[in-house]
Design a protein around this ligand. Structure first.
Ligand code: CO
Length: 166
């Protein structure tokens, strides 16, 4: 059974470390499968649309992202191309609760990563999906959206943040 992991909050030092690449030859695949299940469960139960391993105190390059086709688990994700065009959109983070801000991100990106099978693959993303990928990969480098947000807004009672998909 997957379990819900503890999501650490800013200013926990693990959120500011650069995470290590996963060596799929050496690292324990069964352990990664379990981590994948637990991270997916944690993301879904926390109502998140992405989660990076540093947020659950593991400084390894692993993220999980929610898509319309279900969650994708990415090992050693890397942005191999980014559109010149950028756009602002609202972001929040499970590790920075109750704060939202407008962050400028590339509109389209191509992400290369390894699947749990060790197979290298890539995918193209745009809009909200591209934004989530950039946000989660930033976590692997110790960067939080609050470092980049134009202005931060603290959630008020009853305030429901809007997410910009375009
Ligand atoms: Co985050």
């Amino acid at each position: 059974m997957p379990k819900i992991l503890k999501v650490i909050k800013n200013p926990h030092p693990s959120l500011r470390k650069k995470s290590k690449e996963v060596d799929l030859k050496k690292d324990n695949l069964t352990g990664l499968e379990k981590l994948c299940d637990d991270m997916v469960e944690t993301m879904l139960k926390s109502d998140g649309i992405g989660l990076a391993a540093p947020q659950i105190s593991k400084n390894i390059r692993v993220i999980v992202v929610k898509t319309k086709d279900g969650p994708i688990f990415m090992i050693n994700p890397e942005l191999i191309s980014k559109s010149l065009l950028k756009e602002f959109g609202e972001e929040g983070c499970l590790s920075v609760p109750h704060f939202y801000g407008q962050v400028k991100r590339h509109k389209k990106v191509t992400c290369q990563f390894c699947k749990i099978t060790g197979e290298k693959t890539k995918l193209k993303a745009e809009g909200l999906f591209a934004r989530v990928l950039q946000h989660e990969i930033d976590h692997l480098d110790g960067v939080l959206f609050i470092d980049k947000a134009k202005k931060l807004v603290e959630e008020e009672h009853g305030y429901k943040p809007q997410r910009n998909d375009k």
